[in-house]
Design a protein around this ligand. Structure first.
Ligand code: C2O
Ligand code: CU
Ligand code: CU
Length: 415
């Protein structure tokens, strides 16, 4: 922080070149660097001030996905940053510790902007004393999962055709091809972010070992949830903790699914453990006091069909929903066609049920994005923020970027 207690960040959206495939240079976009952006970090209570300078020759935005903040600071399609201009949002971080992220949100152009490399993580810390691995880069590791398609000369192939848009056949982790991580501790926390345009991954270890999900989009779960496989759709984050023995070679993978939107079988991250590992604290039995959802709340239904919500496409001049600030509501996401990933800005929600069934344990924590398989109904208990602004809307939309760009998005205001 500066002398006035404000944490200042300078971010430049820029064009660059990166070696995404070994030995080949691709034209990419990045934030401060050539591809992706820095991991930002702030504590609950911090005042943060951004200067986002757009040096691209296209207008764009920068959205703080998962941040609870006033709508004018949100970086959605109403906060365009013209080519050559600088945008200076400021807010006070006021939410539990979580893995959030940032990416552009220009209306109709989000898919190419994210795909070319504009995205990064923004970690929120708080004062809750939870014994989880937290040494960034040592036992607390960001894992941004993105799929790509390349042309023969190694450039990004922008093939956004088909029902879901870009479905790549190469996976990059944090922009790196064929990554290897050296494990030096008995437990490692991985912050998984699906930053892909469309693909859904089913994550697990090649040897099928059990690992624990400790947090979802909006922060810690009530207690660690043991799993062997973990599905993550575009925009979602999960924090997991895995356990290691000395001298192991372990592979983090995505396992092939059986629908078009699920990825094939891919190696994500090779893990090589040292001959001697520093002991990590035992996994806590409880993590957070996750209050049960409020019941008896107002219900709104959102019917997802094709690329429309309730039979309409996004109209930037139309407010679709007016929500009282601080409200608790039930949002029913009724998907009558193919798979989507439903995201709501600004809120924290809990998944109440999926086609009437209780969600698995790892989906019972705070979230802002949820996978909605084809022909499935998901009910969410949504807790809205308190930043009243009847003039500036927040978005809700499908996070499959082609769907978002085609108008599978709506707008709500807090009053
Ligand atoms: Cu991750 Cu409306 O966005
Ligand atoms: Cu968002
Ligand atoms: Cu969709």
């Amino acid at each position: 922080p500066d002398a006035d207690g404000v944490k200042r960040y300078r971010l430049r959206l820029r064009q660059g070149h990166s070696e995404l495939l070994p030995g080949k240079s691709a034209r990419t976009w990045g934030i401060n660097g050539d591809y992706l952006g820095p991991t930002l970090r702030a504590r609950r209570g911090d005042r943060v001030a951004m200067a986002v300078h757009n040096t691209l020759d296209e207008d764009s935005t920068l959205h703080w996905h998962g941040m609870r903040l006033p709508a004018v600071m949100d970086g959605g399609p109403h906060q365009m940053i013209r080519s050559g201009a600088t945008w200076v949002p400021q807010w006070t971080v006021d939410q539990p510790a979580a893995t959030t992220w940032y990416h552009p949100h220009p209306h109709g152009r989000t898919a190419p902007h994210v795909y070319r490399g504009l995205a990064g993580m923004f970690l929120v810390d708080d004062d809750a004393a939870v014994a989880l691995p937290h040494a960034y880069g040592i036992d607390d590791i960001p894992v941004i999962i993105q799929d790509k398609k390349f042309t023969d000369n190694g450039e990004l192939d922008e093939d956004f055709g088909g029902t879901y848009g870009l479905l790549g056949n190469q996976i990059l982790i944090n922009g790196t091809y064929g990554p290897v991580f050296s494990v030096t501790t008995t437990r490692v926390r991985f912050r998984l972010l699906n930053g892909s345009n469309a693909h859904v991954y089913t994550i697990g270890f090649a040897d099928n070992r059990t690992f624990h999900v400790v947090a979802s989009d909006g922060g810690l779960l009530g207690r660690p949830a043991p799993v062997r496989r973990l599905r993550i759709s575009p925009g979602e984050r999960f924090e997991i903790v895995a356990e290691f023995a000395p001298g192991e070679k372990v592979l983090l993978k995505s396992f092939a699914g059986d629908s078009d939107i699920e990825s094939g079988d891919y190696d994500l991250l090779k893990l090589v453990t040292a001959g001697k590992l520093s002991p990590s604290p035992a996994l806590p039995e409880t993590l957070a006091d996750v209050a049960g959802p409020v019941t008896g709340a107002k219900v709104r239904t959102f019917r997802l069909g094709g690329s429309q919500i309730n039979g309409r496409k996004m109209d930037i001049a139309r407010i679709d929903e007016v929500v009282p600030a601080g409200a608790h509501e039930i949002w029913v996401i009724d998907n009558i066609t193919f798979a989507h990933s439903f995201h709501i800005h600004e809120v924290a929600f809990r998944v109440l049920d999926i086609d009437g069934r209780n969600p698995p344990e790892h989906l019972r924590g705070p979230k802002d994005t949820v996978f909605v398989p084809g022909k499935t109904k998901v009910r969410l208990a949504v807790e809205f923020g308190r930043h009243i602004d009847p003039m500036t809307p927040y978005m809700y939309h499908c996070h499959i970027l082609k769907h978002e760009d085609r108008g599978m998005m709506g707008q709500f205001v807090l009053v």
